[in-house]
Design a protein around this ligand. Structure first.
Ligand SMILES: NC(=O)c1ccc[n+]([C@@H]2O[C@H](COP(=O)([O-])OP(=O)(O)OC[C@H]3O[C@@H](n4cnc5c(N)ncnc54)[C@H](O)[C@@H]3O)[C@@H](O)[C@H]2O)c1
Length: 320
């Protein structure tokens, strides 16, 4: 497999990580997962148990010994383990710093010590902060508005510095709003899983503000593809890439589309705007297109249909 055979996915029991694990196993890699199951779930990995080359280790990315054990013999590390909730980061910024920054630094350092070839980091569009009505480019000003955003920015900077100082081949992917099957549904989850679950209960989606705020919703399998490309691309090393669909969707449009796809006879309900809600968050993905050859393949309609089908099957089980 172009020189790589064994990979580590931290946070591999989570929403995005588990899809990446499925793909990596499917392509014949040996895959080690390190996860503390703070938000990850065993059932996300149900297709992996018993497969050749799959190893699951329950542990914390901040624990040097366990990280050393799982990184040994690995060619590529995909680092997705993190506390991902913005509200949690507001309530407990010290913990989020500890896991997202301290954990990332710990894994990076072990990768250098052990001689890992490549490190692919799950960054976030949260590093950009408030938008100004134009798609975000990687070299825009970075001005996070939450402790979570700061933690992701620190992780990025460590990646770049580890390339410059130690020569570790790091690649940063800044994910926008990722959605798809296995997405957590709970008080802190993303808008798509909340809207779908309300509609499954026959209740209208609740829109905060006027609904004209826009997001870039990217399907989880497209994000997995970006990780794959980042693993192999020569020119990606030391760089940062937006990973989005390249399309802007307003919350009004999203609600309308979900109502149509789910065939529920309701209209959205409007509520007060949420403090700190970003108005505009869309990705310019031209750099990822050019350098990685990244091309999102799943339309919002298709991705939502797959997500709705998954939630229907798993309906009633709150996942967070
Ligand atoms: N979902 C999105 O829209 C989105 C957007 C931007 C960036 N990201 C990033 O993508 C990555 C994956 O996010 P996700 O949406 O799949 O969330 P998730 O919560 O499903 O996955 C995170 C995983 O990390 C694990 N984890 C947390 N703390 C850990 C620790 N200390 N040690 C070991 N494992 C730990 C969790 O148990 C979980 O399995 C995160 O780094 C997140 O910041 C996600």
């Amino acid at each position: 497999m172009r020189g790589y055979s064994r990979v580590l996915v931290t946070g591999g029991a989570g929403f995005i990580g588990s899809h990446l694990v499925d793909r990596l196993l499917g392509e014949g890699f040996e895959v080690v997962v390190l996860d503390d199951f703070s938000s990850g779930r065993m059932e996300n990995l149900s297709g992996c148990f018993g497969r050749d080359g799959f190893v699951l280790v329950r542990g914390d990315v901040r624990d040097r010994d366990v990280v050393r054990k799982v990184v040994e013999g690995v060619d590529v590390v995909f680092h997705l383990a993190a506390l991902v909730s913005v509200p949690v980061s507001v309530e407990n910024p010290v913990l989020v710093e500890d896991v997202n920054v301290g954990g990332t630094l710990n894994v990076l350092k072990v990768c250098v010590d052990v001689g890992v070839k490549r490190f692919v980091f799950a960054g976030s569009c949260a590093v950009y902060g408030e938008g100004h009505g134009v798609p975000r480019r990687e070299d825009d000003v970075l001005d996070p508005i939450s402790p979570y955003g700061v933690s992701k920015l620190a992780g990025e900077f460590y990646c770049r510095v580890f390339y410059r100082v130690y020569g570790l081949e790091t690649v940063v992917l800044r994910y926008f709003n990722v959605y798809g099957p296995r997405q957590v549904y709970g008080p802190y989850s993303g808008v798509i899983s909340i809207f779908i679950n309300r509609l499954l209960e026959g209740r209208p989606p609740v829109i905060f503000g006027d609904g004209n705020q826009v997001r870039d919703f990217v399907y989880v399998k497209d994000v997995v593809e970006a990780n794959f490309l980042a693993m192999f691309s020569k020119n990606a090393v030391g760089e940062v890439f937006n990973v989005g669909s390249g399309r802007c969707t307003s919350i009004n449009e999203l609600a309308g589309l979900l109502i149509e796809l789910m065939g529920v006879d309701v209209k959205p309900v409007y509520s007060d705007p949420r403090l700190g809600d970003i108005r505009y968050s869309c990705a310019d993905i031209s750099r990822a297109r050019k350098v990685l050859g990244f091309e999102p393949k799943v339309s919002l309609r298709e991705g939502l249909l797959e997500t709705i089908a998954w939630f229907k099957e798993n309906y009633g089980r709150k996942t967070a």
